[in-house]
Design a protein around this ligand. Structure first.
Ligand code: SF4
Length: 358
């Protein structure tokens, strides 16, 4: 297996992946050629890449431990690899010893969290994805202009908590299209909707349609809040799904965009769709009567985990892989400002290392 590195420090994300498969998968005979349709783009987005590199560089620059508030990105493998290197993940800043370094995750934080870190004398490194920061800025700007903000997103998700925290008195959360039918709004004249970055595009548009039916003055955000990576991965799986007997989405249970990919695959015609963290979670029964397997991964998933799925499928007889590519991605974000100077004092604006691209 070739080495896939991630990030400026070359973290080896091919390190042993757990757990091992116990039994070999076997394809059943269905009278059709067996194949894999591999969606592209898939996997790491620019914001996740930057956040993971930020933790790695912080460890290099300041030494272990470096504290990280919440999971830096929603992927169990990434978190466990960073833990091995000396990152300590905490829920809140008051768990961090005074004077330590803390990294804020890609999902962003509210101003109250930033203040809490400052009050404890923590040196904060903000790895919030710039596309999440864009939504924060929109929330602040429209709150200042006395708009009521209808934020479409999932209650309890860290990104939603961070965005709401930027305009707590002006924001109303809408979790589902059905909630759009019942939400009460104090002043329906100055209304704007914003959204979490990792939602289903189709479901969000349905929520907006229902909101607008009730509130005709509702304004759209200045630009898409659902980010390019979420949209691109959904477009790719929409192309794959109609031909797939089975879709396997690699991603963690708390990864919003990974869970959305399963939903979108089913909605667009996949006969079955499942999410797995690791190849070893693929169940033999899923392959019964299957000729075509679609494979994709969420925006926080290193490519090595997808390659392990492909290896297990090939071993089972699905050794023909056709890439279904619907977009090119070349977006890069520069590192948080605290990490842009390397050890020799030189400007280091790297955002990406040698990550394999879909
Ligand atoms: S999924 Fe989108 S918003 Fe989230 S980190 Fe990636 S690019 Fe940023």
């Amino acid at each position: 297996m070739s080495t896939i590195t991630n990030g400026a420090l070359g973290t080896d994300l091919t390190a042993p992946v757990v757990p091992e498969r116990r039994e070999r998968l076997v394809a059943t005979e269905v009278g059709r050629p067996r194949r894999v349709l591999l969606a592209a783009p898939r996997g790491y987005c620019a914001g996740v890449d930057r956040a993971v590199i930020a933790v790695e560089k912080a460890l290099e620059q300041y030494g272990a431990p470096v504290y990280v508030r919440k999971q830096i990105v929603h992927n169990v493998h990434v978190v466990s690899e960073l833990e091995k290197k000396g990152a300590i993940f905490v829920d809140e800043v008051d768990e961090v010893p005074e004077g330590s370094h803390i990294v804020f995750s890609a999902h962003g934080v509210s101003p109250a969290v930033v203040q809490g870190a400052a009050d404890r004398g923590l040196a904060a490194i903000d790895a919030t994805c710039p596309l999440v920061t864009k939504v924060h800025r929109e929330a602040v700007r429209f709150a200042k202009q006395d708009y009521r903000i209808l934020l479409i997103g999932h209650a309890g998700h860290e990104e939603v908590e961070g965005t709401m925290g930027h305009a707590p008195d002006r924001t109303i959360l809408i979790g589902t299209p059905d909630e759009a039918d019942t939400v009460e709004v104090p002043d329906a004249e100055a209304l704007i909707w914003l959204s979490q970055t990792t939602l289903s595009v189709d479901e969000t548009m349905e929520t907006v349609r229902r909101l607008r039916a009730r509130f005709p003055h509702l304004q759209d955000p200045p630009s898409d809040d659902i980010c390019y990576a979420t949209q691109n991965r959904q477009v790719a799986i929409k192309k794959v799904a109609p031909d797939a007997d089975l879709v396997i989405v690699v991603g963690s249970a708390n990864s919003s965009n990974s869970v959305r990919l399963v939903e979108v695959a089913l909605e667009y015609g996949a006969k079955a769709a499942y999410r797995v963290d690791y190849a070893s979670e693929i169940e033999q029964a899923w392959l019964d009567g299957v000729a075509t397997v679609g494979v994709t991964s969420g925006a926080s998933v290193p490519e090595v985990l997808v390659q392990e799925v492909l290896a297990d499928l090939a071993d089972a007889g699905f050794d023909e892989v056709e890439v279904v590519k619907t977009a090119e991605e070349d977006l890069l974000f520069s590192l948080p400002k605290e990490l842009r100077i390397d050890r020799s004092g030189q400007q280091d604006a790297r955002a990406l290392g040698g990550r394999a691209r879909a």
